[in-house]
Design a protein around this ligand. Sequence first.
Ligand code: SF4
Length: 357
Amino acid sequence: MNHCVSDILMAWYAGNKRALPWRDTRDPYLVWLSEVIMQQTRVNQGMDYYLRFAANFPTVFGLAAASETEVLKNWQGLGYYSRARNLHKTAKIITENYHGRFPSTSAELLKLPGIGRYTAAAIASIAFDEAVPVVDGNVIRVISRIFGITENAQTTEGYRQISGTMYELMKGLKPGDFNQAVMEFGALQCTPASPGCSSCPLMEHCFAYAGRQVDNLPVLQAKPIVSLRYFNYLVITIRDEDGEHLLLNKRTGRDIWHNLYDFPSVENDRIIDADELGKSAEARNLLGEQWVLKQVSEPFTHLLTHRKIIARFFRIRLQARTAAMMNYQIVNAMEIEKFPLPRLIEKYLQQNAPGED
Ligand code: SF4
């Protein structure tokens, strides 16, 4: 049965694969870029980022030579910023320790920052023909359904069963093509909700279809609990002889959005109102006495993987600089676009351009 399943998957892939720019290359640098960018990202959105990175940093040397701020700026809006920082770190390691040549085995690739089992297997199989299976959400779903694997794939045993089945299936085939075939089949045919079973070439070989188990497979872990955070942002503007300025906060702590820029904030256990802001010791310390509240936004809700952030933006005009401002960057309001910003801040600025009061 295994050979039959593999042949059907490969034939389906030949006839149905999407023409994606990274499918035209076996350059490990470009394969790596595409795999890191496309994780947890829809193809349409990721495509722009891939094309931008490939154009702005066409080689690993170009990426290594860029500043971290430049890399984060190119990544802005894609989320999961640790991936961008690791991309940059790994580019530097490849140029400095490997003379710009990627290691050719998944075991060696795994030692690099930000390269986990999935990415290592994708690069090694696509760029170097190593017979190593990729195991991502699409592969887990397809293999669990066809072969009736009921073990949770996030457990060691579940992972072993999925990757073991993939090893068997890819024997005698080009590993990179086979891995991509299964992932593409999961993305287009055997989708999470309403898979195309009635037009599926594997219908006769599929455990889940025969046993009416399609909705029950794969078996997945319960979703992690989402924690809530409340950011009360102070969007502080000051006008002086050089024009309009804005206070930015570089997030240097071990927290979300590391090395990105947002505004000074009062983090609380709830969203506060203007009265509470006036009474907050943190706000008073930063603002001093001479400030005018120009606008209070409605709460913005922003979702991250394990967190929900609710934010309110208080737009404030300051008459004079205060000592506490030294802890922030004072930037020309027209230049804010040069800084890497979290999507939440970008969304706020799109609706409330600086210097409009
Ligand atoms: S029959 Fe349905 S569940 Fe089975 S492989 Fe095809 S699309 Fe997936």
